[in-house]
Structures are given as structure tokens and as C-alpha cells.
Design a protein around this ligand. Structure first.
Ligand SMILES: O=c1[nH]cnc2c1ncn2[C@@H]1O[C@H](CO)[C@@H](O)[C@H]1O
Length: 320
């Protein structure tokens, strides 16, 4: 078998984060070498607690958890926390007992730079929350963008409306300055926006099938999914939930599940379109010197094999 891809999941668990983490642990193609935490669906402290809890549920307390930033890259403390999507505990208001484990001493950014330099070109970061930790890693170690294999981002709304407001998707809106640093860093970035993840829907019937299986992790996920389903029923007219984080995780494992285009992405950091991700396809050579010139390109997903993604998510959680 080919060498397993090393992945670090930067996460704000989060119901769909829990699904993605379990999915990664159930995926023979990858080796999860650490979780790093960030605010977004919950505050960072709770993200760390939930990450440790999820590893205990999965019996994988050997995997280190490094706590990330509590503030944005510009030291902003007015965070937008999506507890209305995931419940106040981030995990469907189940009030699980606190985990026994503790995070490691290293910060998320330090852990990221250290692992990337230990295994140059071999580590994939799957970034499921605002991009503060990744931007801090880029700023603190000039070698990071070369050392890191790929950064697969759940973030952005490319040519579609956002989910925070018509302009912005939640993870980019959480720290637009950090996102712009990551997109223009020169690292190998693959962005999975909500133009992709809104095509990947777990239906009520899919959930019932998972609930009836004997899979331990499927059972756990079905318990926490109620809150996520009711939010989607209220906010969208879909009969099911969007699989944002699991889709991103699977795109990191198997690039053939998505197709992408390459171009420059910049993030609006101010005004009513704060958090907007704008893709420049490089089809026109502009005469004027601007903030778009000489910026490295990134990959932006444009299609997804949604049935295969849903099937893989369900199968892997049910066989646990
Ligand atoms: O309406 C929303 N507002 C804020 N966050 C959301 C919303 N819908 C989903 N997410 C969360 O943000 C990420 C995708 O943008 C996902 O982690 C999802 O759970």
C-alpha cells in the first residue's frame, strides 16, 4: 500500500467537524498526526475540549491536540461564533462529560511549522475553521509555505452567495485578514467553497440509515446531528444537511472527487463585502499594476462528485 498521507486537521468542532475527524480516523489512506484548534463554531477553549473528547470517543488519545489562537490575526476579539448552527456546546447540546486529556504545550502555529519541517512536502493541513492558525504559521516561519504539502481549505463562496451574509462564507468571515495571507502565500492551496459543499447533502433518509447501523461512530454522529438538521430545516429549503467539513476532508484524501481551476484569490477585508472571496482567472492581462499582480495562484474547486462523497462518509462511519 502507498505511504499514508500525513494530515493535520485544523478544526472548530462543530458537528460537521466531528464527522470529518471521525471520517479521517476511519480512512486507511491517511494518518492523522494531530489536531489543531480554532474558534468558529465554538470558542477556541471549547474547540480544544471537543477535539480531545472526540479523540477519546474514537479511542485515539495517542493523537496530539494543539490549541490555537483565541483572537484573529489582527488581535480582534469580537468573534462570530456559530453556536446557533451547532448548539452551545458545539456538539448538538449533548453535554458530554469533560475529556480526561489535555492539549500539548505547543501552540497550533508552532505545531504546524514543526511538523511541516519534520516531514517536508508530506503534511497536508485540512483547515476547517477560520484561517488564523495557518496565517500565524506562515508569518512565524518563512519556510512553512515550502515545507507544507498542501493546505485544503473549507472556505469561501466562489460565484455564489455566502452563508453569513450574501458576501461572505463563515470561515473566511471569521478572519478575512488571515485568509488573504493564506491565499496569497504561495503555498499549495486547494479551496473548497460552499459553492461545492452546498451540493453535498446528507438527507433525513441517509441519517436514518446511519442510525440503524451498528457503527459506533455513526451512532454517535446521529445523536449530535439533530441540532444541525433543525438549523438547516429552518435556514435553507433543503431536506438534509450540508456536509461541509467531510467533503473537504475527502477532497484532501482523494483529489479525483473534485475538479478545480487555478487563479489568484484575494479576500475583501473591509466594508459590507468583508469576507468576500474573489477569484481572478488570469484570462485577461491587466495593464495597470494592482494588488492582483504577481500573486501566486491557488486551486479553487468547481465540481464535486457528490454521490461518491455522501456514500464514502456514510460507509466509513457505519463501519466503525
Ligand atoms: O449559516 C451559517 N452561519 C455560520 N456558520 C455556518 C452556517 N452554516 C454552516 N456554518 C458552518 O460554517 C462552515 C461552513 O461555512 C461549516 O463549519 C458550517 O458548520
Amino acid at each position: 500500500m502507498a505511504e499514508r498521507k500525513k494530515i493535520i486537521i485544523d478544526t472548530d468542532p462543530g458537528i460537521d467537524d466531528a464527522m470529518a475527524i471521525f471520517l479521517a480516523l476511519q480512512s486507511p489512506e491517511v494518518e492523522v498526526i494531530g489536531l489543531t484548534t480554532i474558534y468558529g463554531n465554538v470558542y477556541t477553549t471549547l474547540a480544544t475540549t471537543n477535539a480531545l473528547h472526540l479523540l477519546e470517543i474514537a479511542g485515539r488519545t495517542d493523537i496530539p491536540v494543539a490549541e490555537g489562537s483565541h483572537v484573529t490575526i489582527t488581535k480582534g476579539t469580537k468573534l462570530r461564533i456559530a453556536d446557533f448552527v451547532h448548539g452551545t456546546d458545539g456538539l448538538g447540546n449533548q453535554n458530554f462529560p469533560p475529556p480526561k486529556g489535555k492539549p500539548i504545550e505547543q501552540s497550533a502555529a508552532d505545531f504546524l511549522t514543526q511538523q511541516a519541517s519534520l516531514y517536508p512536502g508530506k503534511v497536508t493541513v485540512v483547515a476547517l475553521g477560520p484561517l488564523t492558525n495557518i496565517a500565524l504559521a506562515i508569518q512565524s516561519d518563512p519556510a512553512f509555505v515550502k515545507n507544507i504539502g498542501q493546505i485544503v481549505i473549507l472556505g469561501g463562496a466562489f460565484s455564489v452567495n455566502g452563508n453569513v451574509n450574501p458576501a461572505a462564507e463563515a470561515n473566511i468571515f471569521g478572519d478575512p485578514d488571515a485568509a488573504d495571507i493564506v491565499f496569497t502565500s504561495g503555498a499549495d492551496v486547494l479551496a473548497i467553497g460552499i459553492n461545492i459543499t452546498h451540493q453535498v447533502i446528507l438527507t433525513d433518509a441517509d441519517r436514518d440509515k446511519m442510525a440503524k447501523s451498528n457503527g459506533k461512530l455513526a451512532q454517535y454522529i446521529c445523536k449530535i446531528l439533530d441540532v444541525y438538521f433543525s438549523y438547516h430545516h429552518d435556514a435553507y429549503s433543503t431536506k438534509g444537511v450540508y456536509l461541509h467539513d467531510p467533503t473537504t476532508l475527502l477532497a484532501a484524501i482523494d483529489p479525483l472527487l473534485v475538479t478545480y481551476v487555478e487563479g489568484v484569490v484575494r479576500v475583501q477585508t473591509m466594508g459590507i463585502t468583508r469576507g468576500l472571496t474573489l477569484f481572478y482567472n488570469k484570462q485577461k492581462r491587466f495593464g495597470e499594476v494592482s494588488e492582483w499582480c504577481d500573486k501566486p495562484t491557488v486551486k479553487v474547486a468547481v465540481t464535486v462528485d457528490a454521490p461518491s462523497v455522501v456514500k464514502l462518509v456514510m460507509e466509513r462511519l457505519m463501519h466503525s
